[in-house]
Design a protein around this ligand. Structure first.
Ligand SMILES: C[S@@+](CC[C@H](N)C(=O)[O-])C[C@H]1O[C@@H](n2cnc3c(N)ncnc32)[C@H](O)[C@@H]1O
Length: 384
């Protein structure tokens, strides 16, 4: 008998909600020879049955025996969530499971369930900003002026910790704290489920004398921590690969002595950290909002997380984005018409490309000469 039990058979028992099928499903569940996959399907089919008192009894009796089998636990929990309103036992068991596991998958399931329950109350917020806009001043203050959840994509390259003259922080910790504050503001203005993408790489600060070691800061590792703490989920790391001739040479010392420990490779990569604002729903929900969008199909898209792009230098700013990098980010992570934000605008490269690609750029900048530079490009300005 056991070998002839199949998933479609169990599903069919689940669809026909009568007492005989419920008995049959419970008997099947108790068969020690059934695979985990079949047992999961049985729990799901039992959850669909009309007699919720018996369903609750079944879960109460069995879920504790499956605490080491996460697939089963999730199925029991899911059954409870979808039956919460029919019987208080489901609530009690779901609380037990939440309390026992306290894990991120359980939390996600709960958020998703709540989202589905309140789906009709979910309204897509319309951006209040309808034209290219520059927020002049410290973005910690100016971002307060932007409507909550109105931004659809954030891409930025934050100030490097004390590596350039415009970033002066008392300590690395102070720098990270400030960046975390900015990320919180970004979180407020970004629509749920949309992307924040940060371009960073390790920096080295000037040493105070030849007798001191210089310190190299792995900014991207620390950004992972502050992004996660602020409510963003890791999605991808894209590696921006640069031609070797375009980066500073660090091989000199080793080339002369070739002594171990003195090795320093040339750094030809930067991190493009792709994160998504945590949400209780799947990405499909964000995409569905653009029903009328028709993609133009092409074979030539980036198939790996390694993008070879030459850096760009400019008299306008010491740390300017290559346009090609902005184009890729905007193309892969936003739709035409979207409001897209760079909280550390600099010379405004991201805004330039956003305009060319029919997005609405929103930039922040506090340095007077960069502000002047951006305003020449026809931005509406809002000051703090
Ligand atoms: C790494 S640069 C960005 C360069 C930009 N990606 C480009 O293509 O020109 C960082 C910029 O952030 C600005 N900045 C730093 N802290 C800021 C803050 N709290 N509010 C607004 N702008 C800030 C700096 O003046 C600097 O121009």
């Amino acid at each position: 008998m056991t070998t002839s039990i199949t998933i479609p058979y169990i599903k069919s028992l689940g669809k026909d909600r009568n007492a005989i099928n419920l008995d049959l499903l419970i008997n099947l569940y108790n068969d020690p020879n059934l695979s985990l996959e079949l047992k999961r399907e049985i729990i799901s089919s039992i959850g669909r049955q009309n007699d919720k008192v018996r369903v609750a009894e079944f879960i109460k009796k069995n879920f504790k025996n499956s605490l080491n089998t996460m697939d089963m636990v999730y199925q029991f929990y899911r059954t409870c969530l979808y039956n919460l309103e029919s019987n208080t036992d489901f609530k009690e068991i779901s609380l037990d499971i939440e309390d026992y596991f306290k894990n991120e998958i359980i939390y996600k399931m709960k958020y998703f369930y709540n989202f589905k329950k309140n789906k009709n109350k979910f309204i897509q917020t319309k951006s209040e900003i309808f034209e290219p806009t520059l927020l002049v001043g410290n973005c910690l203050e100016t971002l307060e002026k932007v409507k909550e959840k109105s931004v659809k994509l954030i891409f930025t390259s934050p100030p490097y910790y004390n590596a350039r003259e415009y970033s002066v922080y008392k300590s690395y910790q102070e720098y990270l704290d400030k960046m975390k504050e900015v990320l919180k503001k970004c979180h407020n203005v970004l629509e749920d489920g949309r992307f924040i993408i940060i371009n960073v790489s390790p920096v080295i600060t000037k040493r105070p004398g030849r007798e001191f070691e210089s310190i190299r800061y792995p900014i991207h590792f620390d950004f992972h921590k502050i992004l996660s703490e602020t409510g963003f989920e890791f999605v991808d790391e894209i590696i921006w690969l640069k031609p070797e001739y375009s980066v500073p040479n660090r091989n000199g010392g080793y080339a002369q002595t070739q002594k171990p420990l003195s090795y320093k490779p040339n750094c030809v990569t930067e991190s493009i950290m792709v994160y998504r604002k945590k949400s209780s729903f799947l990405l499909d929900e964000n995409i569905k909002a653009y029903k009328d969008f028709s993609p133009i199909f092409t074979e030539s898209f980036d198939r790996t997380n390694c993008w070879l792009i030459s850096p760009r230098s400019s008299k306008d700013h010491p740390a300017i984005f290559p346009k090609e990098l902005c184009e890729k980010i905007i193309h892969y992570y936003s739709f035409p018409g979207d409001l897209v934000l760079d909280p550390f605008g600099g010379s405004g490269t991201f805004g330039d490309v956003a305009k060319e690609m029919n997005r609405i750029p929103l930039l922040c900048e506090m340095h007077p000469s960069y502000v002047k530079h951006i305003l020449k490009k026809g931005y509406k300005s809002i000051s703090s």
